[in-house]
Every structure is written in C-alpha cells, then in structure tokens.
Design a protein around this ligand. Structure first.
Ligand SMILES: NC(=O)c1ccc[n+]([C@@H]2O[C@H](COP(=O)([O-])OP(=O)(O)OC[C@H]3O[C@@H](n4cnc5c(N)ncnc54)[C@H](OP(=O)(O)O)[C@@H]3O)[C@@H](O)[C@H]2O)c1
Length: 285
C-alpha cells in the first residue's frame, strides 16, 4: 500500500518504522518544514522526487493524490489536513479528541476511516525513542481497523478496539495531564490534587461513554492517580517531568480542546461536568 503520514514528529516516526517494508511511506509536512528539511538534508532532497528508501516528502497544500491511505498525526482540524484526508480511499488519525474524531468521521463520508492510537510515550526526532518498546504499539479502531492492522510488520504491534475504548481511556489520563499542566508539570504538586483530578476524569469518562455508546465506565480512584504520578517517574527510563513539559507543554491547545469537548458532551447528555470546568479554568489561567 502507499501510505501518506501527515506530520514528522515522534508518533509519525514510530508509525512509519512499524510498517511492513512492502508498504511505501510518504510524509506530508508543512511548507516551512519541507524547506528547512530540503535545504538541510541531502537524503530528503533526494527523497522528494525519487522514492529512494520508499520515502516521499509531500508539502501540505500540494495535491496528494495516488495514496491508498492517509494517516494524520496532526489534528484533522489543522490547516491543510482536511484536504490531505480528502483524497485517499482510507483515512485515519491518531487523535483522541472527541470533536476531531467527529470531524474525521465527517471528512471520511462513505470511505472507511479509523483511529491509530499510540500506546507509548515517544520523543526525539532522529532517532525517535519510545517507551515501553516491547508491547502493543497502537490501538486501532473504527471501520478501517482491518486495513490499518494490515500495515504493521508484526500482528502484536497493534490491537483492535471498539471506537469508544481509546476515547474513554484518554478521558482517564488526560485530565491528569491537564492537572500537571496547571501545576507547570510539577508532579508533587499535581499529586496533591489527585482527588480533584480523579473526579474530573470520572466525569470525562462518563461523558465520552454516553456519547460513543460505551458501557458505564468505572470511576477513577484518587489513589490510582496518586500512585501513577509517584510510580511513573521511577519506572520510565527517561526524564518524565522534562518529557511531560516538552510534549504536553507543546500540545496545550489539544488538551484544552479535549476538556471543552468533555464539558460539551457532559451537558449534551445531562451529566455533571463541574469538575472538568474547574480544571479547564485552572489550565486556561
Ligand atoms: N509522542 C507521544 O508520546 C504521544 C503519545 C500518545 C499520543 N500522542 C498524540 O499523537 C499526536 C502526535 O504526537 P507527536 O508527539 O508526534 O506530536 P508532534 O511532534 O507535535 O507531531 C505532530 C506533527 O504534525 C505536524 N503538523 C501539525 N499541523 C500540521 C499541518 N497543518 N500540516 C502538516 N503537518 C502538520 C507537525 O509539524 P510541524 O513540526 O510543522 O508543526 C508535527 O510534525 C498528538 O496528537 C499527540 O498528543 C503522542
């Protein structure tokens, strides 16, 4: 298959290098990125026109025709991404933001579409690192699940889940990330608000479950949040606060969009969302 990956960040890197070698991979990047890459690296300059190593570089905004599948690691709402997603028979994105999932579904229309959700922490550029390495790398969901799974070199690098699963799962973890954001990624300070963060996560999970038809989720326990915040830095073989600040600090808009979506879904389904609203206020402050 000819697969166009939108973006060139860590997730795009893990995705592309997890695909079986028979697939031909292209990256769609913004014009300014293409320019710096083309000036800076001979490898990519060559790759742009000649498919050496089966990699092509496409500039977002160029016509991106002839791809069997487009997978966006950028938000489907980001400028130019909808156009890229508009042209291939199968479309997918890594997003777990409810309104972006709805946008993807809308853009897909009658075409098969899906989510490819990372099950790891990834960072770096060249080379990209990810952790933990020896386990499932992506959860795939949606009508295009079978095609998405067929991309990976090993069947164990991906698993299929119902659409609601990665969205409910993000609703458990991302309120904690939002809490870290509000505390400038100070894990000790965030641990002190475990109770409030768990309450926001429980409301977010209920809102997402109601919208996407999931079974009633279990409440998130404050103890689990406290333990996760204490244990993660001890287990992970990288500087967790540095990673969190670098990655999520740069994705604040996405975190806010998620919080707003959960409030909106909670209201739509007549569910309480006051704890998410409190968190939203703290993150926006
Ligand atoms: N990294 C992780 O550990 C991890 C884990 C789970 C989930 N995720 C999620 O996966 C997604 C990607 O993560 P990441 O770490 O790879 O993030 P990232 O480094 O921000 O990568 C996103 C890529 O998308 C590109 N992009 C953004 N808007 C674009 C546009 N309009 N047209 C073309 N390219 C565009 C960016 O290009 P520019 O450089 O030009 O901005 C960047 O290369 C995020 O939603 C993230 O929350 C990441």
């Amino acid at each position: 298959m000819r697969v166009l990956v939108v973006g060139h960040g860590p997730v795009a890197g893990v995705l592309a290098t997890s695909m079986a070698t028979g697939h031909r991979v292209g990256f769609a990047v913004r014009e300014r990125t293409a320019e710096s890459r083309l000036v800076g690296t001979r490898r990519l300059r060559t790759a742009r026109r000649v498919e050496r190593r089966s990699v092509e570089l496409v500039t977002a905004g160029e016509r991106a025709t002839g791809w069997d599948m487009v997978i966006s690691t950028a938000s489907p709402a980001s400028p130019g991404v909808a156009e890229l997603l508009g042209q291939s028979p199968i479309v997918a994105a890594v997003t777990q933001v409810p309104s972006e999932v709805e946008l993807l579904r809308e853009l897909a229309g009658d075409r098969p579409w899906g989510l490819v959700v990372p099950e790891f922490f990834a960072g770096g550029a060249d080379p990209t690192w990810w952790w933990p390495p020896a386990r499932v790398r992506f959860t795939v969901a949606g009508p295009a699940s079978a095609s998405l799974r067929s991309l990976f070199t090993h069947p164990r690098w991906s698993r299929t889940a119902p659409l609601w699963a990665p969205l409910v799962s993000a609703a458990a973890t991302m309120p904690v990330v939002a809490g870290l954001h509000a505390e400038d990624f100070d894990l000790t300070a965030a641990r002190r608000s475990s109770r409030r963060l768990a309450a926001a996560a429980t409301q977010a999970r209920n809102a997402v479950a109601a919208e996407f038809g999931a079974p009633a989720p279990r409440p998130v326990s404050p103890h689990a949040v406290r333990v996760a915040l204490a244990v993660l830095p001890r287990l992970a073989p990288f500087d967790v606060p540095h990673y969190l600040r670098g990655h999520f600090g740069g994705h604040g808009t996405q975190t806010l969009r998620m919080l707003r979506d959960w409030v909106e879904l909670g209201r739509r389904h007549g569910l309480p969302a006051d704890r998410i609203e409190d968190l939203l206020e703290r993150v926006s402050a």
